[in-house]
Design a protein around this ligand. Sequence first.
Ligand code: SAM
Ligand code: SF4
Length: 324
Amino acid sequence: MRPRRLRGQKMRDAFGREINYMRVSVTDRCNLRCCYCMPAGAEPASGEAMTGEEILRTAAAAAELGVTKLRFTGGEPLMRPDIVSLCRRAAAVPGIQEVCLTTNGTLLAAMATPLKEAGVRRVNVSLDTLAPEKFARITGGGSLSRVLDGIEAARSAGLRVKINTVLLGDFNAGDLPRLADLTRENDMDVRFIERMPMPRTEEALRPDACMTFREALALIPGLTPLPREGTAQMFRFAGARGRVGFISPMTCPFCGWCNRIRLTADGHIKPCLHTAPEIPIRGLDRAGMREALRRAILAKPEKRPCLSMEKFSEAARSMNRIGG
Ligand code: SAM
Ligand code: SF4
């Protein structure tokens, strides 16, 4: 069976989901070492990252199949020297309507304006605490003030900013209300994400090192539910300018809302974050890439079982290589 895309129609997978979004890990390198993503001793960087040309060719092939939105992630995407021109050229690919980034924010202060000028409109910035020493501990020595400067610069440059916070159990439970409070005065969303045990370290499996979305919600009184937005369950404080979201890969899988495929740093299409199959696209011509992307879309599973401490992700890569 072929994924259906007739002229002027949406691209749908075998289960009728519209697939219009590709997340691209533009590098698996990172200048931080977050405990839940690249802990000491975790998988080292892989081989050669895709060139800009390879990424753009894949983006063009994906756009021909109905992808309208690209997100550059990593690793840390702002570590790529060509990231601004990559964004500019990706935004000009026919059919691509939106190019956005997920970043740790450490290099954002100097790059926010060039990124905005290159056509980026939104950035997601990862931020798990507002306490400088804790931030340094979570990230393996990162500087909170650099990230806060990056967020400020992005907002001043006219980029829409979303904050992503991983729920780290006891470690950042006390930070959640303060992070959520950022949405009261700022037109900015904060989203809390259940930690996934990827990589599967002893620390990641400790019950006190993770938290469910319901436990987190209970720590933030005063939120009113809003309609769901894609993979996130949304809430708002009365009168707040921004919103609070929860993404719950561990306790409430959102496969029914999945609209994406992923391109890994070394040029493999992943139909699903948590399943093993990967389809290589390096060295293919445009038609070959389209075919590979079609196969990937058809290989998307309808759903996967809930991840749990006992049932792990089947992905054979850590998040920095997949592009979280
Ligand atoms: N370096 C960038 C950053 O940190 O935003 C982009 C890459 S990072 C892999 C993308 C997102 O994945 C981040 O928001 C990060 O918090 C999230 N992430 C990484 N490992 C995770 C895990 N084990 N569970 C849940 N989210 C994770
Ligand atoms: Fe780097 Fe992002 Fe992974 Fe942290 S979450 S180690 S910043 S890739």
